[in-house]
Ligand binder design. Structure first.
Ligand code: EPU
Length: 341
């Protein structure tokens, strides 16, 4: 375990915000996590678990201890060639995209549409990350965790994770109660590809054959065109969730705004695109100091360099208010807020 005091958080959050944490512990093994939660190793409270920091907006310095899991390793747990499946586990600290690349190179399908999403394996079940027609909940079989209250191990099966759109039990009733150490994914050894999302199929065809590697490359191409690279411009991907509304209200919007994207959702409901709503309120490319709305994707807020968390937060509230005024829809944040103003 590595322990840092007065740790600078700039490289621990993809907004690139320059706050500090009283303490920061790099946790390399499950045993280290157990010793913290059993209080064999004491630490200053409150405790916060941070993954890749790709979905968090710090508003201030953190007064307490940040735990940063770096648990490593990718294992092939079992292969069921007869039925065309393989179960792979990855440590919470494994870089997500490096893991996706590994699976694609091995010829294991399922995660390719989730290429290039920033962050680490440990955050994928918490957030139920998704992109281009795939949500990680469809691939996760088990999540191995340690209780932050007493240091005991607990395995959550898929159905116990209560997955929903960008949501899970780990973000709700069990928030901060468990530290994820490993995630198990059921992947396919046959080529079952999901090309349902808009332009994905065309993008793959432009590259060549329709296969795993080309789907991954197509997703990378689309993301690179639309989304800012956090290494270059600080951001946390989509700032808001896409709102789910009653189908009848969706039809009303479709009549009033014929080009509004409306996607099917669970029975009786449809999903709108927050990016479109924000864009329609003419926010794209708007800048308030170093806080801004990305010029190619209105759902992404960016830090051009020296924005503060409060400036980004205030901009997001302005956006929420204008969408509420124009459409009567209250956008919900996807990004987590840490600290206070
Ligand atoms: N749109 C606009 N203007 C904009 C942005 C979008 O008109 O500024 C329109 C697009 O033309 C399209 C629709 O809105 O018709 C949807 O846009 P897009 O396909 O870019 O996807 P999204 O709904 O904005 C979601 C996820 C992304 C994911 C993409 C692709 C959420 C909150 N966001 O975005 O996930 O990559 O779909 O599947 O669900 C993330 O969660 O951080 C993230 C980037």
């Amino acid at each position: 375990m590595k322990i840092f005091e007065n740790a600078l958080l700039k490289k621990y959050n993809t907004f690139g915000l320059n706050y500090k944490s009283d303490y920061l512990f790099h946790i390399e093994t499950e045993a280290e996590a157990v010793s913290i939660f059993k209080v064999t190793i004491p630490c200053e409270k409150p405790v916060m678990i941070l993954g890749g920091g790709s979905n968090i907006l710090f508003l201030s310095d953190f007064k307490g201890t940040i735990l940063y899991p770096e648990i490593d390793g990718i294992n092939i747990e079992n292969t069921d060639t007869q039925n065309g499946y393989v179960t792979i586990s990855a440590g919470a600290g494994v870089n997500w995209d490096a893991f996706v690349e590994w699976t694609v190179n091995k010829g294991f399908g399922g995660l390719e549409n989730l290429s290039l999403i920033p962050g680490k394996v440990g955050a994928t079940p918490i957030q139920n990350i998704g992109a281009y027609g795939v949500e990680v909940k469809d691939l996760i079989t088990q999540v191995r965790t340690i209780s932050t209250e007493d240091g005991t191990f607990r395995i959550f099966d898929n159905n116990q994770c209560e997955f929903a759109y960008r949501n899970s039990i780990f973000k709700n009733v069990l928030k901060s109660k468990y530290l994820v150490t490993r995630v198990f994914y059921k992947l396919s050894t046959d080529s079952i590809l999901n090309l349902s999302y808009g332009s994905l199929k065309d993008e793959v065809s432009n590259i060549g054959d329709i296969n795993l590697k080309n789907v991954r490359q197509a997703v990378i191409n689309i993301r690179k065109r639309k989304l800012p690279d956090p290494e270059i411009i600080g951001n946390a991907g989509s700032f808001f969730k896409n709102p789910v509304i009653k189908s009848s209200l969706g039809s009303h919007f479709k009549n009033r705004f014929p080009d509004i994207p409306v996607y099917p959702d669970r029975d009786g409901y449809v999903k709108l695109a927050s990016g479109w709503l924000i864009d329609n309120c003419e926010w794209k490319g708007i800048r308030r100091g170093d806080a801004g709305v990305h010029e190619k994707q209105a759902l992404v807020l960016v830090n051009y360099g020296n924005a503060t968390g409060k400036e980004i937060f205030d901009l997001s509230e302005e956006i929420r208010n204008s969408v509420s005024t124009k459409f009567g829809i209250e956008l919900e944040r996807e990004v987590e807020i840490a600290g206070t103003i």
